[in-house]
Design a protein around this ligand. Structure first.
Ligand SMILES: [Mg+2]
Length: 312
């Protein structure tokens, strides 16, 4: 029924533990169990359980103590904790909730109540998950260009400084490629802006297919200008990547109505080589400026070509 939310049952009493487990299994839950707090913590470390059902009275680590220990852990998500107690004086319940429990059940356990409380927990966990997803979506929207799916300049500012300091720390090279679609204005003027958008999307997709996933990244730098960031890449690698993208772009037909649009792009690369164990005093802007100079050289020399510069 609900294998997304495994339940950890902790009870020092073998019979009571077996009964709870039986109820939960019958309701289709994925259950693991522990006979004491220590065992529970070690199981919990091996496999994250978002729902913990723990007895109150246990030797060494009792239920409220286990609650506190779980709350102190850095977990993958929220843990919904239910305390099981023979006590039902108000003071005891308050101290259990203060220890970090979300809910409590009193012994003897009523099976339907047990399942209802677990389902309450699942509702809360699902809510937490959907909030997390929504936050991630908002974050992604705030750092990407909606048309091409490339990162935007906000993200460039955030992440580039990290790339730069990491390269410096490990004495690795860091390269950037600035690329611009040749005669893009003509596409817009001849075929309209929809065709222009299609070209931009195809161009971005083509770049992303030619770079290393999760290592290299692409920013839509301006209208038809894109910046490719290549960590741990020296001059030779830089030139190879830029040429590979250039050739792929020139061979990529873009179906647009009756036409097959063909485009080319020009490339300018700059590599900051930190392998000499010296700080080049390089800023992001300076490195991009150097790539920009090379891009303009490529444009001047007739477009559809690559020029690079290695800074030592
Ligand atoms: Mg007990």
């Amino acid at each position: 029924m609900d294998n997304d939310f495994p339940i950890l049952v902790v009870d020092d009493d073998l019979v009571s533990r077996a009964v709870i487990q039986k109820y939960l299994h019958k309701a289709g839950f994925d259950v693991i169990s522990a006979g004491n707090g220590k065992e529970a913590l070690s199981l919990f470390d091996q496999r994250f359980c978002p729902i913990v059902l723990t007895d109150w009275m246990m030797p060494e680590i009792n239920g409220p103590q286990l609650c506190r220990m779980i709350r102190e852990k850095k977990t993958d998500g929220y843990v919904f904790i239910i305390l099981i107690t023979a006590r039902d004086s108000k003071n005891d319940i308050v101290s259990g909730l203060q220890a970090g429990a979300d809910d409590y059940l009193t012994k003897p356990i009523h099976p339907a109540e047990l399942i209802a409380r677990i389902n309450t927990g699942i509702r809360i966990l699902r809510l937490e998950q959907s909030l997390k997803n929504a936050n991630e979506e908002i974050r992604l929207l705030s750092i990407t260009d909606p048309l091409t799916g490339c990162f935007n300049r906000t993200y460039l500012g955030e992440r580039f400084s990290q790339e730069l300091s990491r390269s410096l720390r490990y004495n690795h090279a860091l390269s950037v490629v600035l690329t611009d679609i040749d005669h893009f204005k003509k596409v817009n003027d001849t075929y309209g802006h929809q065709a222009g958008d299609l070209v931009l999307k195809s161009f971005a997709k083509c770049i992303m297919e030619q770079i290393r996933e999760k290592i290299d990244w692409v920013v839509r730098f301006g209208g038809e200008e894109f910046l490719i960031i290549l960590p741990e890449t020296g001059g030779a690698g830089l030139e190879r990547v830029a040429e590979r993208v250039r050739v792929a772009v020139s061979k990529m037909p873009i179906p647009c109505g009756q036409n097959n649009l063909e485009i080319t792009a020009s490339f300018g690369g700059a590599c900051a080589n930190f392998s000499q164990k010296k700080d080049l005093g390089m800023t992001m802007e300076q490195l991009i400026d150097q790539a920009d100079e090379q891009l303009y050289r490529s444009k001047r020399e007739g477009r559809n070509r690559t020029n690079i510069k290695v800074l030592l």
